[in-house]
Design a binder for this molecule. Structure first.
Ligand code: SAM
Length: 230
C-alpha cells in the first residue's frame, strides 16, 4: 500500500513515462507505477547501499527487474542517456539536497524532463532553483499524513513563464491561493512557533530590537497570507 504522499506524486507521472526516481529507497513508487502499467521504464537510483538493496529486493519480489533498474549512484548519475528519461521524481529529502542533486546533475536535464519534487523542508529553495532554470511550476499539492505535512511541486520546462514573486516562492504559487486545510495547519503552526519565540525574547529583554522586529515581520507576512485576499 503506497502512502498518500507517494500516491499524490504518482498522479503527476504521465502515462507511459520513462521515470527516474532518485533516492528511491524501497522503490515503492516506481514499483507501484509499473504494476499499474503507468510507466514504460524506470530507474530507481540510490546512493546508499542499504536502501539500494531494499530496492533490488522489492523489484525481484514483484518480478519487475526488466522494467525497473535499481542503480547504486549519486543523484542523477543513476541516469544514462540511453534511458531516455522524461520524468524525474525526487521525494522525501530536504529542499537544499534536492537542489544540489539537480544542480550537480544538470547534464542529465538537457532533454528537460518533467520534475516532480517533494521536499520535506525548504520548498522555497526548490521553487527558486526551478525558476532560475526556466522550469514552470504547473501544479502543487500540500497534504497531511501521519502528523506530517508534505508539499509536492510539479514543474515542466516552459521558458519565459516562470516568474514567481517572493510570496509564490515561500508559500507556493497555487497553494497560497487555494489555502486548503493542510496549508492553513502548516502556516498556523509556523506562526505559533514564532510567537512563542517572540514571547521568550520579551522575557529575556537582552534580545536586539531588530531581531524581534524581524520575527514580528515574519509573523505579519504569514498572517497576511493566511487571512488576506491572497
Ligand atoms: N523517495 C522515497 C520516499 O519518498 O519515500 C525515500 C525517501 S528517503 C527518506 C531518502 C532517500 O534518499 C534515502 O534512501 C537516501 O539514501 C537517498 N539519497 C539521499 N541523497 C541521495 C543522492 N545524492 N542520490 C541518491 N539517493 C540519495
Amino acid at each position: 500500500n503506497l502512502s498518500k504522499r507517494l500516491l499524490t506524486v504518482a498522479n503527476y507521472v504521465p502515462q507511459d513515462a520513462s521515470l527516474a526516481d532518485i533516492g528511491s529507497d524501497h522503490a515503492y513508487l516506481p514499483a507501484y507505477l509499473a504494476l499499474k502499467e503507468q510507466i514504460r521504464f524506470a530507474v530507481a537510483g540510490e546512493v546508499v547501499r542499504g536502501p539500494y538493496e531494499n530496492a533490488c529486493h522489492e523489484l525481484r519480489k514483484e518480478g519487475l527487474t526488466d522494467i525497473i533498474k535499481a542503480r547504486l549512484a549519486n543523484g542523477l548519475e543513476a541516469i544514462k542517456v540511453t534511458d531516455k528519461i522524461d520524468t524525474i521524481t525526487i521525494c522525501g529529502m530536504g529542499g537544499p539536497l534536492i537542489c544540489n542533486i539537480l544542480e550537480d546533475g544538470r547534464a542529465k536535464l538537457v532533454n528537460h524532463p518533467r520534475l516532480i519534487l517533494q521536499p520535506n523542508v525548504g520548498a522555497a529553495d526548490v521553487r527558486r532553483w526551478l525558476m532560475q532554470e526556466e522550469y514552470t511550476v504547473v501544479a502543487e499539492e500540500i497534504l497531511s499524513e501521519d502528523g506530517h505535512i508534505y508539499e509536492i511541486i510539479v514543474a515542466d520546462y516552459i521558458p519565459n513563464q516562470a516568474h514567481m514573486t517572493d510570496l509564490d516562492l515561500e508559500f507556493g504559487v497555487y497553494l497560497r491561493k487555494e489555502k486548503n486545510a493542510a496549508f492553513i495547519a502548516k502556516w498556523s503552526e509556523e506562526v505559533h512557533k514564532m510567537k512563542r519565540v517572540i514571547q521568550q525574547m520579551d522575557k529575556a529583554k537582552v534580545v536586539p530590537l531588530e531581531k524581534k522586529q524581524l520575527m514580528e515581520d515574519n509573523v505579519a507576512r504569514i498572517e497576511g497570507v493566511l487571512h488576506g485576499e491572497s
